[in-house]
Design a protein around this ligand. Structure first.
Ligand code: BGC
Ligand code: BGC
Length: 829
């Protein structure tokens, strides 16, 4: 017996050891050791160790917590001594969108002074402030805003990119901020992703070169002015595979092989880390079902141990809370996997701080891991000179507010706009424009700096801005005015296209409205799917005998065949930013030609969403690298406008099957007040929800409405889904239900009812006529919800049940099924 057991243990041990060794062998055959430009220095390491030995556990954990400015006070900084803090997209000092550069500096200064004040926490380690300066210092009014990355990719000019990054670093330094969460080095493989525009290209080649250039521009060159007074720390993000999720789902699941993970998705890290990027941000996405924030193999074994990254890994916006078994308040698994700093916005930072300390004390997190994390944080701070530089307000660039949006900076941005434009069509040499022509400028993008700048522009989503929020910036119209004034021609601006004087030529500027992150996810690439205002305008102008030029603003290539057909010339302008004048520079006959080439293939069909120029069976409309110049005499022929409606591309959307599928979460509400459900029984005064068994364990839910106000169970996610492929193709909401008691109360199924359910489809009646106390499958025609006003382009909550009455029922197997051939049990047609 004993012998047997020993052999068993031994062989088990051997099995573990050898599986590990095999994994490391495989790792080393895929991932290289990088030759990183910033070398370890004895002086730096000694300084770090000297600090580390004097620190208490609480001080160490505080270095690892990064709260957000909306959720901490300067006093919290004094008391806890956080290693860093951030402002999220659209988060400003004093919650004031119009905060001045002085307000930004004042906050940086007080946070810094509080961090080095040891009166409460015993620590004098300076904190650092991180911000999303992702296309210029984009949270600050008046800053120079560069084209979003997709446009820069089309410019394919690494030198220009380095100049852009150094301008960004300078504008950030004026406001006393130390650290920038850029570049995004996602290699985007599916244009449905709402963050497509944050990527430079679908192909790793540009991403790799650019990553190095941006890092050099932000941090300075490792052998020159590295992290000097005009430079900031940079972050290569989001590690790893964010651009390769299934269906382009934001925060979704990447199923690439390990070899492809390296070959495609990791090339930006090869570029950026080799150049010396000091920080890496962990990604929200999963790799084969496991969230990156908890993935030790990639964060530690690959990134740190193999590639040799010796800086710090910061998490993304409560990303640790998405790791299995974790919450925003507690996640030992992420630390153990190699996360060095928790990005902890919201109020949960406090619980997270205490829980992490407790987990070290109970040895769930080894002390050595904490020391390693803090060593990395301190190493970055020492390298950045934070212990030697004066306080934020006294640094050389601080307060030089004239640098923010200054002329030279804007000139760099304007050049980037010029170089990013891609000419897709120019039949009969419609372009260039002559300023002597009589020109109509139309479209809702023509005089709209917010629209031309996209998401991550002052506000997080880039919405709610007007031209006056961009002092010093130029709309596209501003540039046209300048161009025409010089030549003495005629220009009329009419947003809706209703001109007063018939022009020779019309330039129509239109495209996507701003969005950020998962809010931009789409289910196919058809532009103007629901509303053809711009297409009709192009066609009307054409019918009036006017030549038409389209300037298309978008965060991704889109299927625009009808618009291409209705235009004589078509320019993909991406999201150019604050220097709209760059458009006129190229469109008019000024001697500046088009330089931009597609860094993303352009789709031939709405459902051709996955990009892959390496695959010979992939036939886009315009290939990667395409882009006309004024020398090209090419004609783009009439294109098919028929939409290929392929039902095989549509699969059921499973919402609850056993468990509620990610990213949805379950809430219960009482008269509109909600709480997240994270246990098998949850209740409020109006509803009790419990997990029960139907066929297998815990595969169904029982809801008991108490008749005490409006009770609801809501399945929801923070970002919406585009479900138009279902609503437009005879989709049904299908689920199993068993009515236990209803007492004649109405029970409603509703969609998108997160802020107080009031509409919906009644199900107690049909269920009781089918027979109570038995399971039935109900299928509700999606048009029932559509008629009630549900916008299927943005569904946050695909399923909710609510009642004011006293009723009890069980439900299971919730899904949305497309192309339902049989007639639904509840129909509204
Ligand atoms: C923040 C953004 C952040 C987002 C994440 C917003 O409230 O301002 O910076 O990226 O939440 O969901
Ligand atoms: C985004 C990051 C960003 C962070 C802070 C997150 O939601 O994914 O790219 O740096 O918010 O705003």
């Amino acid at each position: 017996m004993t012998v047997k057991r020993t052999t068993l243990t031994l062989s088990l041990l051997l099995g573990v050891c050898c599986a590990q060794a095999a994994q490391l062998n495989q790792r080393d055959s895929i991932w290289p050791q990088l030759n990183i430009a910033v070398k370890k220095s004895t002086a730096v390491e000694q300084q770090v160790e000297a600090l580390l030995v004097k620190m208490t556990l609480a001080q160490k954990v505080a270095q690892m917590i990064q709260p957000e400015i909306r959720s901490i006070s300067v006093d919290d900084m004094r008391r806890y001594g956080f290693g860093s803090y951030l402002n999220g997209g659209g988060s400003f000092p004093n919650n004031n969108k119009h905060a001045t550069p002085q307000d930004w500096i004042a906050l940086a200064e007080s946070m810094y002074q509080a961090s080095i004040d040891d009166s409460l926490d015993g620590s004098t380690i300076p904190t650092m402030w991180g911000t999303d300066a992702v296309h210029g210092h984009n949270n600050v009014i008046g800053a120079t805003l560069f084209p979003h990355n997709i446009g820069l990719g089309a410019a394919n000019n690494p030198q220009l990119i380095e100049a852009i990054a150094s301008v960004t670093a300078r504008e950030v330094m004026v406001t006393g901020i130390d650290w920038v969460f850029a570049p995004t080095v996602a290699v985007v493989r599916d244009d449905r992703w709402g963050r497509t525009y944050e990527g430079y290209s679908e192909d790793p080649e540009i991403v790799k070169a650019y990553s190095a250039a941006i890092v050099n521009g932000l941090q300075g060159r490792a052998d020159k002015d590295f992290l000097s007074d005009t430079r900031v720390i940079s972050t290569v993000k989001h590690f790893l595979g964010d651009g390769g999720t299934e269906k382009g789902d934001d925060q979704g699941n990447n199923l690439a092989s390990e070899a492809d993970l390296f070959r495609l998705h990791a090339q930006g890290y090869v570029g950026g880390l080799t150049a010396g990027a000091q920080t890496v941000m962990a990604s929200f996405n999963s790799w084969h079902g496991e969230k990156l924030h908890g993935k030790k193999y990639l964060l530690t074994d690959v990134l740190k141990d193999r590639m040799g990254f010796d800086g710090l890994v910061v998490g993304d916006w409560n990303g640790h809370g998405q790791v299995k078994g974790c919450s925003n308040q507690s996640c030992a698994k992420a630390v153990n996997a190699g996360l060095d700093i928790f990005m902890a916005p919201g109020d949960e930072w406090k619980a997270l701080y205490h829980n992490t300390i407790a987990q070290v004390k109970s040895k769930v997190i080894p002390q050595s891991r904490i020391d390693n994390a803090v060593r990395r944080i301190l190493r970055v701070k020492v390298r950045a000179g934070l212990f030697d530089k004066p306080s934020p307000a006294k640094r050389p660039l601080a307060g030089k507010t004239a640098l923010i949006g200054n002329k030279a900076h804007r000139q760099v941005a304007r050049q980037a706009v010029q170089e990013s434009l891609v000419l897709l069509k120019n039949n009969q040499q419609t372009l260039p424009l002559s300023a002597k022509q009589s020109i109509l400028l139309a479209g809702d993008g023509a005089d709209n700096i917010g629209k031309q700048s996209g998401g991550w522009t002052i506000t997080w989503q880039g919405t709610g801005n007007s031209n006056s929020d961009f002092p010093g910036g130029q709309s596209i119209y501003d540039g046209f005015k300048q161009a025409v004034a010089k030549a003495g021609g005629k220009l009329e601006l009419a947003i809706d296209g209703n001109y007063k004087h018939k022009p020779d030529i019309a330039v129509v500027v239109y495209g996507e409205d701003p969005y950020a992150e998962g809010n931009g996810d789409l289910d196919n690439l058809e532009y103007e799917r629901d509303d053809k205002t711009n297409l009709k305008l192009l066609q009307k102008l054409r019918a009036d005998g006017i030549k038409v030029v389209s300037v298309f603003l978008s965060g991704r290539p889109m299927w625009v065949n009808p618009h291409l057909n209705a235009s004589d010339a078509f320019v993909a302008a991406w999201l150019p930013g604050s220097e709209g004048g760059g458009i006129a520079d190229v469109l008019f006959d000024n001697g500046i030609d088009f330089k931009g080439k597609l860094s993303f293939s352009w789709p031939a069909a709405p459902h051709q969403t996955a990009v892959n120029r390496g695959d010979s069976s992939y036939q886009p409309l315009f290939a990667y690298g395409y882009g006309l110049t004024y020398q090209s005499k090419q004609t783009v022929k009439q294109l098919p406008e028929q939409i290929d409606n392929d039902p095989s591309s549509r699969t059921p959307l499973v919402i609850l099957q056993g468990t509620v599928k990610k990213p949805w979460q379950t809430y219960i509400a009482h008269d509109g007040k909600r709480q997240l459900v994270n246990s098998s029984v949850a209740s409020n005064a109006a509803i009790e929800l419990r997990t029960i068994d139907k066929v297998v364990q815990e595969d169904a839910r029982q809801l008991h409405f108490a008749g005490n106000g409006k009770g609801a169970m809501i399945i929801e996610q923070p970002f919406p889904d585009d479900l138009r492929d279902y609503s437009e193709n005879q989709g049904v909401l299908s689920f199993d239900a068993k009515l236990l008691t209803s007492n004649d109360s109405a029970v409603y199924v509703a969609m998108n009812c997160q802020w107080g359910c009031d509409k919906g489809v009644e199900i107690a009646n049909p269920l009781s006529s089918k027979g109570a106390e038995q399971w039935h499958n109900l299928t509700i025609d999606l048009s029932c919800f559509k008629q009630q006003g549900v916008d299927f382009a943005k569904v946050f909550s695909p399923f909710a049940l609510y009642s004011q009455g006293n009723a009890k029922l069980d439900i299971a197997n919730i899904q949305i099924i497309p192309d339902h051939k049989i007639s639904p049990s509840i129909s509204c047609r």
